[in-house]
Design a protein around this ligand. Structure first.
Ligand SMILES: Nc1ncnc2c1ncn2[C@@H]1O[C@H](COP(=O)(O)OP(=O)(O)OP(=O)(O)O)[C@@H](O)[C@H]1O
Ligand SMILES: [Mg+2]
Length: 338
């Protein structure tokens, strides 16, 4: 089967007027227009298979939202092509609108002066949903998103968490096969985040294709298998999330508590290459090591030979640590894909 989302050589250049401040600047700009070009998306190739869940991450201004707008037909690319389910976003507007759902966490698509229920009804009519399907979908969304108190409330009176839940339901009401979620958990409290994340998982498990953009990497852990990283408009990594962790999150920290004070020097000698940090009490110690050099099992065995262990724990770096190091340039990918 061909991919459901396909972008070839996708580029978006924004032309911004360059103008000195004030009226004089405006007049000067009228006479001699100057512009600067900003390449927001720079020759991107991206294919997403039906049913895939993809995390799309990158630092502020990397081009994530612009990509989402291009992939949903909101923006026309400067060069390159997009196909959704084989269709062209500009030529097959209506057919595309039925296939995709978009959520921008930063912005609402609800009508400000209508109760949410009415906004939903407008969407129902736009998409020509029959009453039974509409009711069934609303009931299902209600189970996870708890829409009860939200439905009679005016768009402008919703709290951020309520607004996001309503927007999620609105984006999914027509049963799109592909959904782009651009920062769907921004500003939400932990409880609402959990609900929203549960909703993503429901979508994924039902076979919806999901592309998820977030700065909160807890959103993507346990949700997406595939990670795409964009930086300055270019895709710098496209591969398996687990593989990135395996390859780049090599560090482990073993925390140990012992019955007697730890013989620190003996531990250093027994585990060359590891970084030993003494704990708050003489009976605690932390051992930081590269798991490609030493295994946790080996470290535990070595320590157990030197003192009686009461407790131990191994910490792994999170994907957040890895991506932070990618953004800071500490990790460089030599190939686009892993
Ligand atoms: N309509 C526009 N006109 C001019 N420049 C734009 C426009 N939209 C985006 N840009 C510029 O394109 C670049 C990419 O912006 P984009 O919103 O895609 O980034 P992002 O990765 O979504 O960032 P964030 O994490 O902050 O949401 C930025 O430099 C931004 O200033
Ligand atoms: Mg954005």
């Amino acid at each position: 089967m061909p991919p459901i989302v396909e972008a070839r050589d996708l580029t978006k250049v924004f032309r911004r007027p360059e103008k000195d401040p004030g009226l004089a600047g405006s007049l000067k700009h009228l006479v001699r227009r100057r512009f600067t070009d900003k390449v927001a998306v720079d020759h991107i190739d991206l294919s997403i298979e039906a049913g895939e869940a993809v995390a799309y991450v990158g630092p502020n201004g990397a081009g994530k939202s612009t990509t989402v707008k291009l992939l949903s037909g909101i923006l026309v690319p400067t060069t390159g092509e997009v196909r959704i389910d084989g269709l062209h976003p500009q030529h097959d507007r209506t057919a595309i609108a039925h296939r995709i759902g978009v959520l921008f966490g930063q912005r609402t698509q609800l009508w400000w002066d209508l109760p949410v229920r009415e906004s939903f009804a407008v969407l129902r009519d736009i998409y020509g949903l029959d009453a039974a399907t509409y009711r069934k979908r609303l009931a299902r969304f209600d189970e996870v998103l708890d829409l009860g108190e939200i439905l009679p409330t005016l768009g402008r009176k919703l709290s951020l968490g309520q607004r996001m839940r309503a927007d999620l339901a609105a984006a999914m009401l027509h049963g799109p096969r592909v959904v782009y979620l651009d920062e769907p958990t921004i500003g939400l409290d932990l409880q609402v985040k959990d609900k929203v994340r549960e909703f993503f998982r429901t979508l994924r498990d039902e076979g919806t294709t999901v592309m998820l953009t977030s700065h909160d990497l807890a959103d993507i852990e346990g949700f997406c298998r595939r990670l795409v990283i964009i930086d300055e408009g270019r895709i710098i990594f496209d591969g398996d999330l687990g593989a990135v962790k395996d390859q780049y999150a090599r560090e482990r920290i073993l925390h140990v508590e012992t019955e007697q004070p730890v013989p620190v020097e003996a531990v250093r000698l027994a585990l060359p290459g590891a970084v030993i940090t003494e704990g708050e009490t003489p009976n605690q110690i932390s051992v930081r090591f590269d798991r490609f050099v030493l295994t946790a099992g080996h470290a535990v065995t070595a320590l157990a030979g030197l003192a009686t262990l009461v407790d131990f724990r191994v910490d792994e770096p999170s994907i957040e640590d890895v991506i932070r190091r990618v953004y800071s340039g500490e990790i460089l990918f030599d190939a686009k894909s892993a």
